[in-house]
Design a protein around this ligand. Structure first.
Ligand code: AHR
Length: 638
């Protein structure tokens, strides 16, 4: 009896499971009045936010292959990521020398003491890279290092990219002979028909005894748009495909630092790499500062987007703050200098001239400046006064700039407030009306950080559904929400690479991939539209969301439909007031079998959008959104 009862429940469970995947929910009706615009869509709605977290720049976007290139990262031995290399009976030791360095900024180096070596038995060091070093066939790598020999007869340094498993040199070069003073040595490594792999390291060896000091060992693969000191091509291409309008820089917590000394001190990130001291990021590792302020700006230029510049405002994460008043003035002046560096005339302003000297005479466009980051954490209550001091000084010199506050204020009305939301999908589903009735006479809103936090190291399809639902809400409210940027954007998926779970783009040394939400966000941004028409929906049930926008100049209507349920959702779509709807249109569809399904570094394109043609469209047509799906319908008006 009990046996057959149990068997029966199994059958029932199986039927229920099948039904959940196929049964349709009741039909919804969406009425859209295309001739009744509610408001314009903010053209800058979707942008990017990044910071040095999860090895976003070093070991991520920034092209550098050598890890701990300046010997400022520390492990127990002080020489993290470096190991000794020797052939035959060569002998060498290594240690950090805090008394020798190539510049004031880099006053430390690696001391190699070569006790035994000859041209056939060399000794030196090797660097493991950021979880390996990507080597590809027929590729030119540009490298350099700073070195000094104990005597003038140490000879050259032999540099090679070596495969970890075979020990084979995949490309090699020989430097000029070392001298007894610090010099920069440049080299080129060119591979032939080698196999693409990341299981490689960089090796530097000498065939002579004596002491050698090394610093700033660098190796770059080809970069996006061939920028010197530039960015990884695959990741930049992924960013470009998101159709962003701006880059919020340089953070996030990274702007503030754990302490005031560890803030993003932009002046220390300019100029030759040898003059950049590097600094500890609040995510617990050393930032090379190779991606400094000018590189951030060039990154915006390469993507043809605008910077949203966040300036340090006198508060750091562990609670230290600079009270408003004379003590804060140097930070205000620093922000004014920074704005001048970004926008100043190269001939008539001091910092514009510095920028020009560094190779970029043209000013960068700037509309928004953000004062601090998440200053609601400042329990001292000093933000009100700090914001006012920055606001007054910046507006006096740059009245055209829009100033963003990072916490609610009582005394000053900021131009824009930066709101941050990190939620689970169900929380976002319940949150979509948040801005519908918000005050339209107050500051504009910048959702400077937001994400559905489900899935790790990159988010899953359930998160994409939460994100897409939230994006429909932001589009509907884009008269108020002028900009929005997801965070964090990047994660190095290797063990130890992640400090924050739930990220959008994952990578290792060799390749990168987008989470399902990466595609949802790209779809929303590509088919943005310019105005929101009046619309109403009935019968949509739970966890179904939509946004409708129009671009009259292009003769397009964009319907974004999000079905976060396990049942297909039929919908009757009625459009009025736009003449004729063309019979053919386009469907871009992103869907999954269940919310946990995801993309990974090993299965990078399991969930990607599919484009198909739509037929038999008219001003009233029926469409079914599959279970667990985010769709964009592009309709043409005639
Ligand atoms: O995005 C990760 C962190 O979340 C940001 O650095 C910070 O601004 C927020 O708390």
């Amino acid at each position: 009896m009990s046996r057959s009862f149990r068997a029966g429940s199994l059958v029932l469970a199986a039927i229920a499971f099948t039904a959940a995947g196929t049964a349709q929910s009741p039909k919804a009706t969406l009425n859209i009045q295309l001739d009744k615009p509610l408001h314009a869509v903010s053209p800058t709605l979707y942008g990017l936010m990044t910071e040095e977290i999860n090895y976003s720049y070093d070991g991520g976007l920034y092209g550098e292959l050598v890890r701990n290139r300046t010997f400022h990262d520390h492990d127990w031995s002080g020489t993290a990521r470096w190991d000794l290399a020797h052939t035959g009976d060569a002998e060498v030791t290594m240690a950090i020398d805090d008394t020798e360095g190539p510049s004031e900024a880099l006053s430390r180096s690696l001391l190699l003491d070569i006790k035994q070596a000859d041209p056939s038995n060399e000794a030196g060091v090797r660097n493991e890279g950021y979880w390996g070093m990507a080597v590809r066939p027929d590729t030119t790598y540009k490298g350099s290092f700073y070195a000094k020999g104990e005597t003038g007869d140490m000879g050259p340094v032999h540099v090679a990219l070596v495969n970890d498993n075979s020990g084979a040199a995949l490309a090699s070069a020989t430097s000029e002979p070392l001298t007894t003073g610090w010099h920069k040595y440049e080299f080129t490594l060119k591979t032939g028909k080698v196999e693409t792999s990341s299981e490689n390291h960089l090796q530097l060896t000498l065939g002579h005894t004596g002491k050698v000091w090394l610093s700033l060992v660098s190796l770059f693969p080809p970069t996006y748009k061939n920028r010197e000191n530039g960015n990884r091509i695959d990741i930049m291409e992924k960013l470009a495909a998101m159709h962003p309008q701006f880059l919020r820089l340089p953070g996030g917590n990274y702007l503030e630092g754990d302490t005031i000394e560890e803030r993003f001190d932009w002046k220390a990130t300019l100029g030759p790499l040898v003059d950049r001291p590097t600094h500890r990021s609040p995510w617990n590792y050393q930032s090379s500062d190779g991606l400094g302020l000018l590189e951030f700006l060039e990154w915006t230029e390469d993507l043809n987007i605008k910077p949203v510049l966040a300036v340090y405002a006198g508060y750091s994460l562990k609670g230290a703050h600079v009270p408003p008043g004379p003590g804060l003035q140097s930070y205000v002046d620093d922000a004014l200098d920074e704005i001048e560096f970004v926008t100043g005339d190269p001939n008539s302003t001091k910092w514009g001239a510095v920028r020009a000297k560094l190779g970029h005479p043209a000013p960068f466009p700037l509309t928004y400046v953000e004062i601090g980051n998440e200053d609601w954490f400042d329990r001292s209550g000093s933000y009100e006064g700090r914001y006012a001091q920055f606001y007054k000084a910046i507006k006096a010199k740059y009245p055209q700039l829009q100033l963003i506050a990072t916490a609610p204020l009582k005394r000053t009305k900021p131009d824009v407030i930066d709101d941050h939301y990190y939620k689970r999908a169900d929380e976002f589903f319940d949150f979509v009306k948040h801005y519908d009735d918000a005050d339209r006479n107050g500051p504009k809103i910048f959702v400077g950080e937001w994400a559905t936090r489900e899935g790790s190291p990159t988010t899953n399809f359930g998160a994409a559904l939460g994100d897409a639902a939230w994006m429909t809400a932001m589009e509907r409210n884009s008269d108020l929400i002028v900009m929005a940027s997801y965070a964090p954007l990047f994660v190095n998926v290797n063990p130890g690479g992640m400090q924050w779970e739930s990220n959008l783009i994952g990578y290792n040394a060799l390749s990168s991939y987008g989470a399902p939400s990466y595609y949802a966000q790209s779809m929303f941004a590509e088919y943005l539209g310019t105005e929101v028409p009046v619309s109403t929906i009935e019968g949509e049930g739970h966890r179904f969301f939509y946004s409708v926008t129009r671009d009259s100049a292009k003769g397009k209507v964009y319907l974004k439909l999000v079905n976060a349920t396990s049942s297909p959702k039929p919908i009757q779509i009625n459009l009025s007031g736009a003449g004729t709807i063309s019979a053919s249109g386009m469907l871009i569809s992103l869907s999954a079998t269940n919310p946990a399904e995801t993309n990974t570094i090993a299965a990078p394109t399991r969930i990607v959008p599919e484009k198909t043609g739509l037929k038999n469209l008219s001003s009233s047509f029926s469409h079914t959104v599959p279970a667990y799906a985010v769709q964009v319908l592009e309709l043409s008006t005639k």
